[in-house]
Design a protein around this ligand. Structure first.
Ligand SMILES: Cc1cc2nc3c(=O)[nH]c(=O)nc-3n(C[C@H](O)[C@H](O)[C@H](O)COP(=O)(O)OP(=O)(O)OC[C@H]3O[C@@H](n4cnc5c(N)ncnc54)[C@H](O)[C@@H]3O)c2cc1C
Ligand code: SF4
Length: 331
């Protein structure tokens, strides 16, 4: 039995201070990732700073048209919020494709951004894992790696980032607001998660004691349609083998603007920037979508059991683009 202190907090400065005063502290929100990992002995916080009751549960439209989401807004509330279903249906679809109703009722926006990989070797303290213990090796490289990543991988880690919500946020464009002992700062969503390289244990750019307070979505792309397509072993309660989030605006049969992000195949929520370039100013037709899918998966590095993800992801991309275009044309 490992003991830990539990500290509820009501104010942001109180939460930051509570974390800063204890090197073994961790924030807890819905607890749907953290409690699992504590039970598995993967995370061993000495103090849990409960942030679930902070006044960060609002979704509001800013004067400049962006949408500001509080860190503790639950995945359920966010998915069904009228401003999200109307202006960011991609985010709603991605959220509702994740986990189960019960989990989404507890899971929060910031907790989802910060969720840890589902790599089984990471979750098994008897296995070698560079992410869990720096320099210990990686049992996934030559183990069962069917669920692992093919983009952004390194010789030290091939774990996927498991979030669906983050794929939608990567495609839509977003900014994180962070509050820490040294004040407030903002960071582009795409800069937040790190590639594993030779330090898979460093997963994000959050500094010690920093709290995510908001995620602010960019203004919606004018006239765009969108689609989130998630391919998985079973229809619900399962992580993606490959997923694609597409936002496409079409004018007179030509693609005016395109955003594309991938899940299930990358070591971080994967924005497919080169594929987006391959889409812009091209005819909105199947051949264009297939070419973009090819570009998106260039440079993929498969292992023994996960090569199937490359053609699977290409199909997910082409189909998500086609459905996003159909949604754009029907607007
Ligand atoms: C069985 C199961 C199936 C799942 N399926 C899916 C799926 O298909 N798709 C998907 O996307 N997700 C899935 N999930 C993951 C789920 O979405 C996450 O567990 C959830 O979003 C985490 O949110 P939370 O509030 O519970 O986080 P917590 O468990 O409370 O915390 C998670 C991490 O975030 C940190 N944290 C929390 N709040 C903050 C903050 N404000 N600032 C800084 N750090 C913070 C914590 O310290 C911790 O490290 C699944 C989970 C389970 C258990
Ligand atoms: S893939 Fe990453 S998370 Fe999985 S065992 Fe290897 S180092 Fe650990």
């Amino acid at each position: 039995m490992r003991e830990f202190a539990f500290q509820p907090t009501a104010r942001i400065d109180q939460a930051v201070q509570a974390h800063a005063s204890d090197a073994g502290a961790a924030f807890i929100a819905g607890g749907t990732t953290l409690i699992d990992l504590v039970k598995l002995d993967v995370m061993r916080p000495a103090r849990l700073v409960d942030v679930s009751r902070l006044p960060l549960d609002d979704v509001e439209r800013l004067d400049d048209g962006r949408l500001r989401i509080g860190a503790t807004v639950t995945n359920t509330d966010l998915a069904h919020h009228p401003l999200v279903t109307e202006h960011y249906p991609l985010l709603s679809q991605a959220l509702l494709s994740g986990a189960s109703t019960q989990l989404r009722n507890m899971a929060t926006t910031a907790g989802n951004v910060m969720q840890r990989t589902r790599c089984p070797y990471f979750r098994d303290v008897a296995a070698a894992c560079n992410k869990r213990q720096r320099g210990s090796g990686c049992d996934a490289l030559h183990g069962i790696n069917r669920m692992h990543a093919v983009l952004g991988v390194s010789e030290h880690c091939i774990a996927t980032h498991p979030s669906d919500m983050c794929v939608a946020m990567a495609a839509l464009g977003a900014t994180l607001t962070l509050e820490g002992p040294n004040g407030t700062r903002e960071m582009a969503f795409g800069d937040f998660h790190r590639l594993p390289a030779d330090r898979p244990d460093l997963e994000h750019e959050l500094e010690e004691g920093e709290l995510i307070t908001h995620v602010t979505l960019d203004t919606p792309v004018e006239g765009a349609g969108s689609h989130y397509l998630k391919l998985r072993e079973r229809a619900s309660y399962e992580f993606a083998l490959a997923s694609a989030g597409a936002v496409v605006a079409v004018k007179d049969g030509t693609i005016d603007e395109a955003r594309l992000a991938l899940g299930g195949v990358g070591t971080k929520p994967w924005r497919a920037v080169e594929a987006e370039k391959a889409l812009r100013d091209q005819p909105a037709e199947t051949a264009t979508f297939e070419r973009a899918a090819e570009v998106a998966m260039r440079g993929a590095i498969p292992r023994e059991h996960n090569a199937f993800k490359i053609p699977l992801a290409r199909q997910a991309i082409a189909r998500a683009l086609s459905r996003a275009v159909a949604a754009s044309v029907n607007r």
